[in-house]
Write a protein that binds this ligand. Structure first.
Ligand code: ACO
Length: 325
């Protein structure tokens, strides 16, 4: 049986940190409101010369170093982003060129905050079917560039950054669906009728502008808790594992209240949640791999651990993956 194994992880954050107080100096908001409603204390914001591609490249280099691999060892790059450097070509091809990989497949996936889950699932399918052997799966964003900085209801929520993992196809022999290492199962969903609750009001084919993020936060919150609880239950049942076997949950970091409510619904203790929303805010497709790299760097992730990844975002899109290291 061929499985996709996680070989390494890495991340990159712009050095500039913007605190809640800094935002409160120019917007009608406060540190207290932001912390109480979201759990966010600060975010990293890209500076001049920093783009989705440069952050993605730095994260990919760190993941390759963690895996002990060279750019030439990679034969697939899947990059999740809603803030590409250009409308085309895919930001993944910029990363490919910057790293100096060979002429491997490289493309972007657009599923907003669930983008990393979608990218990981697509890469897994290509590895398991033999189309590639080693994949870089990257989530990278510069949401600061699509925010309406006059809109306090969205400007305080997002940040910039990138995270990456290296997946490698390996024959793991004859194993049950919930045994051994690798991606055990993934499940993805979308429901396009909620477009107007979370979208960008521009695009090449509609306005010929980049546009700004628009969100009806309260409604998104409500859908997020319901959809995530459902997909988490499904993925756990599909893999045939018990909830108490899960060592760590690496969730999309949108709001501490969503993370805690979802964990409660699943019956998972809060100490099993990886939380980075306080430091990174919502970095959309980058948030899951950023949180995973942070947990790996601080020693919370051990070989053999069963990890649950989950995310929900614009579209709506949502999904979850169960992975054993
Ligand atoms: N500072 C101060 N007051 C504010 C701010 C702010 N930054 N933003 C909104 N308010 C006010 C509102 O105007 C409102 O005032 P009113 O009662 O006088 O009308 C009040 O605070 C409450 O607003 P709500 O929107 O009801 O606040 P809520 O508790 O729902 O928190 C939040 C808002 C943080 C956006 C929350 O709804 C949320 O996290 N939603 C989900 C976001 C999410 O999960 N996104 C995921 C995907 S993101 C992606 O895919 C790109």
């Amino acid at each position: 049986m061929i499985r996709s194994l996680v070989r390494g992880a890495g991340s990159a954050l712009p050095p500039r940190i913007v605190t809640n107080d800094e935002l409160a100096a120019r917007l009608d908001t406060s540190n207290e409101w932001i912390v109480e409603r979201t759990g966010i204390h600060q975010r990293h914001i890209a500076g001049e010369g920093e783009t989705t591609a440069t952050l993605a490249t730095d994260a990919a280099r760190a993941a390759l170093a963690d895996a002990g691999l060279e750019p030439g060892d990679i034969d697939l790059i899947v990059l999740a982003t809603a803030t590409p450097d250009n409308t085309f070509p895919a930001t993944a091809t910029k990363v490919q060129a910057a790293l100096g990989c060979g002429p491997c497949a490289a493309f972007d996936v657009a599923a907003v905050c669930s983008g990393f889950l979608y990218a990981m699932s697509v890469a897994d399918g290509m590895l398991v079917s033999g189309q590639a052997r080693r994949a870089l799966v990257i989530g990278a964003e510069t949401f600061s560039r699509i925010l309406d900085w006059e809109d306090r209801t969205t400007a305080v929520l997002f940040g910039d950054g990138a995270g990456a993992i290296v997946l490698e196809a390996q024959d793991v022999g004859d194993l049950g669906r919930n045994e051994g290492p690798g991606i055990l199962t993934s499940q993805l969903h979308a429901d396009g009728k909620h477009h107007d609750l979370l979208y960008v009001d521009g695009g090449p084919s509609t306005t010929q502008t980049v546009g700004h993020l628009r969100m009806k936060g309260r409604e998104v919150f409500r859908h997020a808790v319901v959809n995530l609880a459902q997909v988490l239950g499904d993925v756990v049942a599909k893999a045939g594992v018990r909830v108490d076997e899960i060592d760590l949950v690496v969730p999309h970091q949108a709001n501490i209240r969503i993370l805690e409510a979802t964990a409660r619904k699943l019956g998972l203790p809060p100490e099993k949640l990886v939380v980075t929303v306080d430091r990174h805010a919502n970095t959309s497709a980058a948030s899951v791999p950023l949180a995973f790299a942070a947990a790996r760097a601080d020693g919370r992730v051990k070989q053999g651990d069963l990890i649950l990844f989950e995310a929900m975002g614009g579209g709506f899109t949502w999904g979850a993956s169960l992975v054993r290291l």
